[in-house]
Design a protein around this ligand. Structure first.
Ligand code: ADP
Length: 636
């Protein structure tokens, strides 16, 4: 096949431009990225050979090799791993399939300035392409294990790349960087210097479980002597999780995190756990400092890596942690599993189940520690991962209390600082029995809702819940430490009894007084409303809509519908404020005249306004607007 020239996909071209003109100060990391890819390729080969013994591949000495040519100013990173086929090279290297990278580019365009761009590179990392930070041309030669012919890819990063088939490629992949001219001002970044390479590998890739070798500087000269030149192994290959704690530095943990988490930033927290006995394992887990872009994507990466006695078995092992901890990264190394273990087997294994429970508890207790010892860190954690963790309130009843204990919420108590339930409980008023909350789309929307009026007037704290998942768990959980969780928009709220300045007599009198109007209004609104009653929620507004304690909220109804589920539209309750002039006037009009045409219209308008106030839409917006306009006109 002749050499073919291809155009980079638009996104890929943008990314390359960015790398070439990179302002990212820490260019050394390109080597970590290439070594990381090589290490993955060796893992993949080992697994494929394990699954398909017939695979015609050389697995005798898996390793990574770094080769420097000072005169030609090239640096080559070579592995004898799985390699890539012709098509794979085109797919994997020529395009940016990764949706995260596309998102990265979009944010990059929005960032505009250099500092913003640097921060973004740090956030996403861009793998193979980072080679273009230090090279003006990159060549990749690869042959997929089991195939006879190889592929050569090369590019100067300027919009096109070349692909050709080659006959004599060794199994695996070698990436050669044609380094940019040396900068006499900046000797520190001379990537043809062996000590520089040694230093970078030690710093970023020491834990890689395959040997990373460097050929001696002047192989040709050394070759003249009797002995063949001995390559030098640069990394210790020690699995960090298997080393005594006091012998591993924080930096080393962080580099491991970056390798397995595909993150360029430090983690927020490192967790180590060791289990001995019948089922032995070691775990090294990390809580990232930032939520990944695919946290809520259906096909997003989830779970930690599984090793068996230091041998890598699989990525994204979802059996090791529950779905609501899918953002946790790390390694679990189990002593007594078969190397051939499959995902299906793991899902059913009793020991794995026990391990998952223990790891879950450990993660939650770590968050709890963070909360008490370092509130700022905890706040960062909760801001990033709270919405996911709260899924556990619905799915993991065993740990419900532990999750509630580490949860925090926006509240009317403070404009910006979230509160824990424990703190809320401490502030509860004498006689207040429930913890009150209201769900909605935004803090502002909730705070201005009529349902809040009486609570505000009486200084009772309300939690303001704005994550979509809040609608679901708040209902499911029911209580915290014996205190009921109650929505201020649901059921009857009788704050007066809690205040002990009850005037039951007054209320009864009022109900009698309004009985006729309430019954009549209910008939008028029958299609949407199952009850009209007097409210103790309201101080300023004339009316509001509430749900029964066990009804779905409208937001939840919509959520189910969006997921394609049939749910009947629940009728709601209209509550009136008997102290409001408008409501008083309505009652008078009801009593004064048998002709209620006008009153029927007012009722419809009042209902529409209450729906609007809770963020909903009147059933027939056009009709509502017309009625309203007529009224305004008459009022002039
Ligand atoms: P990432 O490593 O984040 O997926 P890269 O751009 O670094 O992104 O690599 C893209 C893909 O190319 C990898 O996922 C892998 O499938 C393939 N690849 C890269 N380097 C190698 C290699 N040395 N051997 C085999 N495949 C590789």
């Amino acid at each position: 096949m002749p050499t073919e020239t291809f155009e980079f996909q638009v996104e890929a071209r943008q990314l390359l431009q960015l790398m070439i003109h990179s302002v990212y100060s820490n260019k050394d990391v390109f080597l970590r990225e290439l070594v990381s890819n090589a290490s993955d390729a060796l893992d993949k080969l080992r697994l494929e050979k394990l699954r398909h013994d017939s695979l015609d591949a050389d697995v005798s000495d898996p390793h990574i090799e770094i080769d420097i040519d000072k005169d030609a100013r090239t640096l080559t990173v070579r592995d004898n791993g799985i390699g890539m086929s012709y098509d794979e090279v085109g797919q994997l290297i020529g395009t940016i399939a990764n949706s995260g990278t596309a998102k990265f580019l979009q944010e990059l365009r929005e960032a505009k300035d250099a500092a913003g761009a640097e921060g973004l590179i740090g956030q996403f990392g861009v793998g193979f392409y980072s080679g273009f930070m230090v090279a003006d041309e990159v060549t990749l030669v690869t042959r997929r294990a089991g195939e006879s012919r190889g592929t050569r890819w090369s590019s100067r990063g300027e919009g096109t790349y070349m692909l050709e088939t080659v006959d004599d490629a060794p199994q695996g992949t070698s990436v050669t960087l044609h380094l940019k001219p040396a900068d006499p001002e900046n000797q520190l970044h001379d990537y043809t210097s062996p000590w520089k390479i040694r230093e970078i590998i030690k710093r970023y890739s020491d834990f890689i479980t395959w040997p990373i070798r460097m050929l001696p500087e002047d192989s040709a000269a050394a070759g003249e002597s009797d002995r063949a030149p001995e390559p030098e192994t640069l990394n210790s290959m020690k699995a960090l999780w298997a080393r005594p704690r006091d012998q591993v530095s924080e930096d080393e943990y962080h580099e491991l995190y970056k390798h397995i988490g595909h993150d360029w930033r430090d983690p927020l927290e490192t967790i180590r756990l060791q289990a001995e006995g019948t089922f032995e394992y070691q775990a090294l887990l990390f809580l990232p400092a930032h939520a990944p872009h695919d946290l809520f994507a259906r096909d997003g990466k989830r779970g930690v890596q599984l090793y068996v006695r230091r041998v890598f078995i699989m990525d994204d092992c979802e059996a090791l942690l529950p779905p609501y901890l899918r953002f946790v990264k790390g390694v679990v190394d189990a002593a007594d599993l078969s190397l051939n273990v499959s995902r299906e087997i793991l899902q059913q294994d009793r020991h794995i189940e026990m391990m998952r429970r223990r790891l879950t508890k450990k993660v939650l207790s770590t968050v709890k520690d963070m909360m008490t010892k370092d509130r700022d860190r905890y706040d960062t954690f909760w801001r990033e991962f709270g919405p996911v963790l709260k899924e556990g309130l619905i799915t993991d009843s065993e740990n419900r209390d532990a999750i509630l204990a580490v949860a925090s919420f926006a509240s009317t108590h403070h404009d910006t600082e979230p509160t824990t339930l424990e703190q809320y409980a401490e502030r509860m008023k004498d006689g207040q029995e429930a913890i009150y909350y209201l769900t909605g789309e935004s803090r502002q929307g909730i705070e201005n809702s009529p349902h809040m009026e009486a609570f505000r007037a009486r200084g009772i704290e309300v939690l303001l819940l704005t994550d979509p998942v809040d609608e679901v768990w708040a209902d499911a959980v029911g209580e915290y430490e014996g205190k009921k969780l109650r929505s201020v928009a649901k059921g009857r709220i009788d704050l007066d009894t809690e205040q002990e300045d009850t005037s039951d007599g007054d209320r009864e009198k009022q109900t009698e007084e309004y009985a006729g109007l309430l019954g009549w209004m209910k008939e008028q609104l029958e299609e949407d409303i199952k009850e009209v009653r007097l409210s103790s929620r309201l101080t300023v507004s004339p009316a509001c809509i509430v749900s029964d304690a066990h009804d779905l909220t409208p937001a939840l109804e919509n959520m189910y519908r969006a997921m394609g589920q049939e749910v009947p539209r629940a009728k709601r309750i209209l509550e009136l404020n008997p102290d409001h002039q408008l409501v008083k006037g309505l009652n008078q009009a009801y009593k004064d005249s048998e002709d209620r045409t006008e009153l029927a219209e007012t009722t419809e308008l009042l209902h529409g306004l209450a729906v609007l106030a809770e963020g909903g839409q009147p059933k027939e917006p056009a009709r509502f607007v017309k009625l309203m306009t007529d009224r305004l006109e008459r009022a002039l």
